[in-house]
Write a protein that binds this ligand. Structure first.
Ligand SMILES: NC(=O)C1=CN([C@@H]2O[C@H](COP(=O)(O)OP(=O)(O)OC[C@H]3O[C@@H](n4cnc5c(N)ncnc54)[C@H](O)[C@@H]3O)[C@@H](O)[C@H]2O)C=CC1
Ligand SMILES: CCCCC/C=C\C=C\C(=O)C/C=C\C/C=C\CCCC(=O)O
Length: 262
């Protein structure tokens, strides 16, 4: 079932300075540390202080040369694309691209679209260019963080829902584009329910306690960050034809990649 040869992989995680992204970075490093040739993971984030603190912490645990942090605002298209190109050039390759950076800010809904949708599309397209086998790359895996809010509506967070729905359509279509082509790239989309972090509880300020509790119950409860991280690792390392994962505390439902019939 192992779909990529494991040692020596190079991964980029946007929004990896804290929260779910940081947990993903740590899990990739833990997995890599058990292999003859470690993983190298690059964190891209706008949070300089949290990025530097995470870098220090992770370098102490996993070695100085295995983890990097660069300031990057994914809405700055040139900076983001140039960083991906220089990581690919300087480290020598890019195998795993995780477009995780996201916000939920209805007061600045245009910025929410820039970060959650345009930023992820840009990261996916640039990583695709660098990974495509038919263009001299080594193939790879691209994982985009959507949400259960990419599959169903939630009161009060309409722009967030729109961006996450957009990522589902975008990632499924990239998977379809890649299906017969000699790109050697897998595309995945994760759609977790609410993850039990301080941030998800902030949603109560938007929706009110009663609706929040109703939404959590309707979606099967809050997910632990550890549970989500294990599913993330499985999807990155082993998944084959499964394009989309709906992750709940009760289990995972996969959507097979659609066949090119239309
Ligand atoms: N927390 C939850 O319950 C769920 C979260 N998600 C998604 O998971 C992802 C991570 O969310 P959390 O870890 O909970 O939130 P978080 O706020 O802890 O992490 C988001 C990260 O993205 C970074 N970021 C924001 N804007 C950026 C920009 N312009 N450029 C670069 N980095 C930027 C932040 O600095 C932060 O480090 C998001 O895409 C979110 O939509 C999906 C389902 C549930
Ligand atoms: C609206 C109530 C939802 C209850 C929980 C169920 C599903 C949650 C799905 C999500 O995707 C969570 C939504 C937002 C994530 C929270 C924080 C990420 C962005 C942080 C920020 O903007 O500061």
């Amino acid at each position: 079932m192992e779909k990529i040869s494991l040692p020596g992989k190079v991964a980029v995680v946007t929004g990896g300075a804290r929260g779910i992204g940081k947990a993903f970075v740590q899990r990739l490093l833990e997995k890599g540390a058990k292999l003859p040739s470690h993983f190298q993971v690059v964190i891209l984030d706008i949070l300089k202080d949290e990025g530097e603190a995470s870098l220090k912490d992770l370098q102490e645990k996993f070695g100085r040369d295995n983890v990097y942090f660069y300031y990057c605002d994914v809405t700055n298209g040139k900076l983001f694309e140039d960083l991906l190109k220089s990581i690919n050039k300087d480290i020598g390759k890019l195998d795993i691209m995780v477009n995780n950076a996201g916000v939920c800010n209805e007061d600045d809904w245009e910025q929410t679209i820039h970060i959650n949708l345009i930023g992820v599309i840009r990261g996916t397209k640039q990583a695709t260019e660098l990974m495509r086998r038919d263009k001299g790359g080594n193939g790879g895996v691209i994982l985009n963080m959507s949400s259960i809010a990419g599959l169903e509506p939630f009161k009060g967070i309409e722009t967030y829902c729109a961006t996450k729905h957009g990522l589902v359509g975008f990632t499924k279509t990239m998977a379809l584009n890649s299906e017969d082509a000699d790109w050697g790239i897998r595309y995945h989309c994760m759609c977790p329910v609410g993850v039990d972090t301080a941030l998800v509880h902030k949603l109560k300020q938007i929706t009110g306690q009663e609706y929040f509790d109703h939404a959590v119950e309707k979606t099967g409860g809050l997910l632990s960050i550890e549970g989500l991280t294990e599913e993330f690792l499985k999807m990155i390392l082993y998944s084959d034809n499964r394009c989309l994962a709906i992750v709940k505390p009760t289990g995972v439902q996969y959507l097979e990649m659609e066949k090119k019939t239309n």
